[in-house]
Design a binder for this molecule. Structure first.
Ligand code: FAD
Length: 401
């Protein structure tokens, strides 16, 4: 072989990188390290809450990657030695690499919300990482058990966080489900921000489809939740207001996954600075970091971006080993679709380029779904929902098939 590529994390960035490397660099050995036996996507998890998908429909096997010759190792990377070029695994084994790609996603900032620790996630699930699927299943089960006319609370973090439109799609999907089963229920969305992604489009959805079921409470109306009391099911605001909820979804403040913080790849922001053309980490040679763990603004922390950038990172990393050339002027793409209700999709699109010191949105590219009365836009919304479904099918094929 021409060399050894090791990839940490079998999610949007890592699985995409493994597949792309096997197809385009068949002489390179590819090893993928991932602790879970299957991958549960966060995208379309909100549709489980809406009753439009089931867990098996968003759970993906690594067998397709194995069939392509990827060595899938079910283990957790515990340490990286950039001088010896080794990855130590939790099991005690060690892997030697020539190039390393790291796409481990986010970590949750335990304690950033007082009282919100690992144990509290059983009562107030975050459902913000796929894991073994139990978080999203827990939240769905609690919605099914919501008393008639009960209150669902969401606590939404400040920027930056994984999937900027995600909380608002979630609000919509919860409302979609409750409108059918529990129409007097209330959704209180406590936000640590004063504005959010696709805000106008989401506000149209909520007004058109859900009447007064949803109340969004921004930071300047005391929307920032700073503490929770799981015993008494309370959300406690910045100014000390206590809100009792029957079901609570706490989306806590985030940082990068532990493996990049513990190994000094992240800086004091908690995220990993990288070269915008190669994704090589500023802190280490031959280690390329992609996905949500990186500092890549104005690109969003999305699965689409993790997939799009994985190809540049692989090409740049393996050009060195195979004698090819790295992409000189890479372009990165993003579309974030959201489901508002039945046959109701909206999206935001952007194209990004690398600059010498980061990334920039390309002027006059991309945009948002049109706004206007649903009576005029029903067909557009219906089509965007189908495009979203097609996107999900194609990106998961580009990761796992
Ligand atoms: P992940 O996909 O989370 O993959 C990280 C993997 O690394 C995980 O499998 C984890 O188990 C593994 N890992 C972690 N630590 C280690 C370690 N030490 N050793 C080995 N493996 C490790 N994005 C979109 O583009 N479109 C959407 O519609 C969309 N909807 C979303 C909806 C919700 C509710 C949420 C929460 C997110 C959504 N996203 C969406 C965002 C998307 O999920 C993330 O941006 C994407 O998963 C980032 O990819 P990643 O590779 O960085 O991390």
């Amino acid at each position: 072989s021409t060399g050894r590529l090791v990839i940490i994390g079998g999610g949007f960035g890592g699985a995409s990188a493994a597949r792309f490397a096997r197809i385009n660099y068949p002489d390179v050995d590819v090893t993928l390290v991932e602790p879970y036996p299957t991958f549960v996507t966060c995208p379309y998890g909100n549709l489980i809450l809406g009753g439009k998908r089931t867990l098996p429909q968003i759970t993906h096997s690594y067998d397709g990657l194995r069939a392509r010759g990827v060595n899938v190792v079910q283990d957790r990377a515990a340490d990286i030695d950039p001088d010896a070029r080794t990855v130590a695994l939790e099991s005690g084994a060690s892997l030697q690499y020539d190039k390393l790609i790291v796409s481990p996603g986010i970590g949750l900032r335990w304690g950033a919300i007082d009282g919100y620790d690992q144990a509290a996630t059983e009562v107030f699930p975050h459902a913000w990482m796929g894991g073994d699927g139990s978080q999203i299943t827990n939240l769905r089960a609690q919605l099914e058990a919501l008393p008639e006319g009960g209150v669902v609370g969401l606590a939404i973090p400040e920027n930056p966080f994984r999937c900027p439109p995600g909380p608002y799609e979630r609000i919509s999907m919860i409302a979609h489900y409750l409108k059918q089963t529990n129409p007097t229920a209330k959704i209180l969305a406590f936000d640590s921000k004063e504005g959010f992604s696709k805000q106008g489009l989401f506000e149209d959805v909520w007004a058109e489809l859900y009447g007064d079921m949803i109340e969004w409470i921004p930071a300047n109306q005391d929307g920032r939740i700073v503490a929770v009391d799981v015993q008494n099911k309370l959300f406690i605001s910045e100014f000390g207001e206590e809100h009792r909820v029957d079901v609570g979804n706490v989306i806590p403040p985030q940082t990068s996954a532990a493996i990049v913080r513990d190994t000094g790849l992240a800086n004091d922001t908690g995220w990993v600075p990288v070269n915008s053309r190669t994704f090589e980490a500023d802190a280490a040679r031959d280690i390329h970091v992609i996905g949500d763990a990186t500092i890549a603004g104005p690109m969003p922390k999305s699965g689409y971006i993790a997939n799009s950038t994985s190809k540049t990172a692989v090409s740049a990393a393996l050009a060195d080993l195979t004698g090819g050339s790295a992409p000189s002027d890479p372009v990165y793409f993003n579309t974030c679709y959201s489901h508002g209700g039945e046959d109701y999709g909206i999206s935001v699109v952007a194209v990004f380029r690398a600059t010498d010191d980061g990334f920039e949105a390309t002027p006059d590219s991309g945009g948002l779904s049109p706004r206007g009365p649903l009576s005029e836009l029903a067909e557009n919304r219906r089509l965007e929902a189908r495009y979203a479904d097609a996107w999900y099918d194609s990106i998961t094929r580009d990761m796992f098939s």
